[in-house]
Design a protein around this ligand. Sequence first.
Ligand SMILES: CC/C=C\C/C=C\C/C=C\C/C=C\CC/C=C/C(=O)SCCNC(=O)CCNC(=O)[C@H](O)C(C)(C)COP(=O)(O)OP(=O)(O)OC[C@H]1O[C@@H](n2cnc3c(N)ncnc32)[C@H](O)[C@@H]1OP(=O)(O)O
Ligand code: FAD
Length: 645
Amino acid sequence: MDGVVDHLADERNKAQFDVEEMKIVWAGSRHVFELSDRIARLVASDPVFRKDNRATLSRKDLFKNTLRKAAHAWKRIIELRLSEEEASKLRFYVDEAAFTDLHWGMFVPAIKGQATEEQQQKWLPLAYKMQIIGCYAQTELGHGSNVQGLETTATFDPQTDEFDIHSPTLTSSKWWPGGLGKVSTHAVVYARLITDGQEHGVHGFIVQLRSLDDHLPLPGITIGDIGMKFGNGAYNTMDNGVTRNGKCVRSNVPRQLIYGTMVFVRQTIVSDASCALSRAVCIATRYSAVRRQFGSQNGGVETQVIDYKTQQNRLFPLLAAAYAFRFVGEWLKWLYTDVTQRLQANDFSTLPEAHACTAGLKSLTTTFTADAIEECRKLCGGHGYLCSSGLPELFAVYVPACTYEGDNVVLLLQVARFLMKTVSQLGSEKKPVGTTAYMGRVEHLMQCRCSVQKAEDWLNPNTILEAFEARTARMSVAVAQKLAQFANPEEGFLELSPNLVEASVAHCQLIVVSKFIEKLQQDIPGKGVKELLGMLCNIYALNILHKHLGDFLSTGSITPKQGSLANDQLRSLYSQVRPNAIALVDAFNYTDHYLGSVLGRYDGNVYPKLYEEAWKDPLNDSVVPDGYHEYIRPLLKNQLRNARL
Ligand SMILES: CC/C=C\C/C=C\C/C=C\C/C=C\CC/C=C/C(=O)SCCNC(=O)CCNC(=O)[C@H](O)C(C)(C)COP(=O)(O)OP(=O)(O)OC[C@H]1O[C@@H](n2cnc3c(N)ncnc32)[C@H](O)[C@@H]1OP(=O)(O)O
Ligand SMILES: Cc1cc2nc3c(=O)[nH]c(=O)nc-3n(C[C@H](O)[C@H](O)[C@H](O)COP(=O)(O)OP(=O)(O)OC[C@H]3O[C@@H](n4cnc5c(N)ncnc54)[C@H](O)[C@@H]3O)c2cc1C
């Protein structure tokens, strides 16, 4: 900030905690913080990674620009001999959806998780050096959620020792895979395995799609892009593809491992939610401190909009959620690592819980984040609607996360199956463990009474936890009892699916709250850091309680009076967080390049920069617009009307 006026300096001076230490907590460790900081600055200072022109480029130019950036990123990774961790951070800060996301995020993990040793030795070195580019081709035109309904077949031909991959119908065309449309040379294709005329369910196969010499599709394969997607710029940097038919290599893995890639990617999506959410919150918080409306006395300064309680009530729960998702993401990473180690030792016992947690938390965090980005846009008033605020593009890129890698409702129904199974086993030998351990105390949770008598009582983590546990246990048991009344359980499951989804949401919210509380039990250094995190944890929990008051009241987990006290406590927490708001978003340590927002600039110098940015629009290249002579001038001169007379 040398030589630059910091319009937010007063705000930064108000902070009551050690921001530098909070940056370490947010990053996860000092090592990750230093590495991220170095790579973020490297990307920000490289003109090839400029991204402020995305909204005005045509699709073709946008796509070519993405190819250029991806090639440049790879060049820098090689030149600087970046480690895998550094390279992945570099792609993160380049911040442009591209085929490389799928290559590194799904193709490589699918081979690592599903291929045999021999296959890995063949394919991984090629993929690591980007001598082949891969994608993940599961979804078809006719089926996405219903993986077992995929129509593509892989028929083994013992004569040639090959699998014949066939898409027999239009609906069996692979449709959506990122990177498939224009770039990928290879794909992990999911198809129904057929040997000796017998079907063996859906398996993954590595298929070469394009020639490595001239990039043309191999014989029998038709490939293209599926067309423009939501939002200008945004996810249109990605080629999502359609393809039909093909020959392929082979695969032979246990069925459960086929699901492993989805568990892995869902886990990364939860961490990614905290990034997208924190980014939107950073923009809205800084702008809310800069923006002033009303309240001036005798010509004095007007009120910063961040000081309005309604603004705080909308903004601070989102800030709290960004931290909450960060910590639950950390925990989920640990869970995934643990389950992977067990799977390698042929222990599949924790896979159902890992599946339920990744599916449920992916659903919860992406739904919340997509809604929150839109809320942040509204929190920035009219200027939030400008592309230069960064929020429209962030929303357009982010919102498909509610659909890809599993539709969020379909995923919650998976959690519901897991929950109902857990409830049905209560009282048996099989004790609930991990995230469902609380169900082991179901008798207590069904009849316990919340002890809150005054607002401050809601600051006790055990009180919060018990209220959340009671709500979830009671909702789960109630829906399980209703299910038991159906002669056909599958019919009951369909009929009661809205209630089941609500119980799943409650369970996932409980996980997030409990992992935040667990985080606070760790040793967290730095003046005031733990205190601020404690406030955010309480805001996250009490805001959910307020928003889902109906659940808490109808299950009798709290009384109306206690609900009202929770709300009083929330308001008091907002006042305590307010002086720390700017420092709390500074702790994300985002560069202005990564934020990509005039409203969220670190220095808060919003108005001159908004003005400057507006002049850069191609529409302002000429003072008199194209089309004036054809369409405006005749109108003004009434020439058309005169001609008719
Ligand atoms: C810009 C990018 C930003 C961020 C991302 C960051 C990093 C990530 C990198 C790249 C991502 C980039 C872009 C996104 C790309 C998107 C890719 C995709 O979308 S790929 C396609 C994903 N498709 C799906 O997710 C399909 C959803 N459907 C399913 O998962 C399943 O089919 C479903 C669970 C719905 C199946 O239901 P059902 O028919 O009941 O089950 P089935 O018979 O198949 O199985 C029964 C049995 O298995 C259990 N099970 C199901 N799934 C899993 C699993 N994943 N793991 C473990 N176990 C599983 C199920 O519970 C059941 O068990 P029981 O018999 O009840 O014990
Ligand atoms: C940007 C983007 C990138 C993608 N990238 C890839 C990729 O790289 N590779 C790939 O293979 N796929 C990819 N996909 C596809 C994606 O995984 C699927 O779109 C997703 O799994 C949802 O499936 P669907 O489209 O079949 O939705 P549908 O299942 O058709 O959903 C339609 C509606 O039906 C509801 N519904 C469906 N089933 C049920 C049920 N059992 N009970 C209640 N409601 C139900 C859903 O909630 C939803 O409201 C991508 C999609 C997008 C948008």
